[in-house]
Design a protein around this ligand. Sequence first.
Ligand code: AHG
Ligand code: MN
Ligand code: MN
Length: 335
Amino acid sequence: MSRVSLTRYLVEQQREHGHIPSQLRLLIEVVARACKHIAISVNKGALGEVLGSADTENIQGEVQKKLDVISNEVLIEANEWGGHLAAMASEEMDSIHVVPHRYPQGEYLLLFDPLDGSSNIDVNVSIGTIFSVLRKVGHHRGVSEEDFLQPGRAQAAAGYCVYGPQTTLVLTVGEGVAMFTLDRETGSWVLTQDRVQIPADTKEFAINMSNLRHWAAPVRQYIDECLAGKDGPRSKDFNMRWVASMVADVHRILTRGGVFLYPWDQREPTKPGKLRLMYEANPMAFLVEQAGGMATNGEQRIMDIMPTALHERVSVMLGSKNEVQRVTDYHRQAA
Ligand code: AHG
Ligand code: MN
Ligand code: MN
C-alpha cells in the first residue's frame, strides 16, 4: 500500500475541497517541520542540555523551562519568513509577534502553546505542541492583538504534535481529523489514521483529583457518580487517567474515547480556569468536534466564546459527546 505523506494529504484536500489555499498549506507544512525540530530537541534530553529551568517567567507567572523557550524560538524562526503569516501569538510571549517588515505579510494568524505539559519534560513523559490558525479579517494595514480576538469557530486549522513513544501530528482543516506519524528514517509525516472518531460513550475520565475539594457542585456530582461505579447511578465502573499534558490526554481521547475536565475551581474564584482559551482550549475543541466529540466550558460551546484577551483562561470539558453533554447539563441545572 502506498504511503500518504502530509504533503500529499494537503494537496488532495486542496483539490477535493478547494478550501486549503496555498498559504494555509505552506503554513501547516512549516509548523509540521518546526515540530520535527522540537522533537529532535526533546529526544536529546540531557544529552542536548535541554532539560531544566530557563530561570525566566512568562506573562502568566509560570517559570519557563528551557524547552518552552527553545520550542517557542523554533516556531517563530520557522514561520516568520514564508509570507504566509501576518503575526503569531504564544503562551510564552507577552504580546503578539508581528512578522518583520523585511518579509512579506501573509493573511494568517498563528497561535501556539509551543511546549505543552512542561512539568513532564524532565521526567520523560509525553509532551506536545498545540497550534491554532486564524485568518486576519478585514483589509486594514498592520496587525494588532484585536485581530486575534476571534471565537474558536473561526479557526481555519488546528492541531497538535505529541512527543511520546511515537511522534504524532494530529490535524484538522475542518474536514475531519487526520493523524500522521513521523517516520524518522525518511523524515516524513505519514498518514496513519484518517477520519478519527471519538466514541460517544466512555468509561474513562481525566481530571486532576487533587483539586476535588475546590470544585463546583456540578463537577463534584459528575465525578462522584463516576466513582460510585457499578452500584451508583451510572451502573458502570469508570477508569481514570491524568497525564498532566493536555496533548497526551486529548490524544488518548481521540484514540479511544474518554472525557477530560479542567474545570473552574474555588481556589481563585475570579479565574475562569487554568487552561488558555486561544492556544489550548480552542484548537483542542476544534479537533474534538471534528472527531464527533463535544467541548464546553460547562455553560457554552468553547468555540463560541468571544475572547477578550490573548492569554484568557477558560474552564474545559471535552471528549466523548454523551459525557460532556451530561456534565454540561449538570452545570445548566445548577445555574
Ligand atoms: P503548559 O505546560 O503548557 O503550561 O500546560 C500544562 C497544562 C496542561 O497541559 C495540563 O492538562 C495541565 O496544565 C496540568 O495541570 P496540573 O499540573 O494542575 O494537573
Ligand atoms: Mn499547555
Ligand atoms: Mn506550554
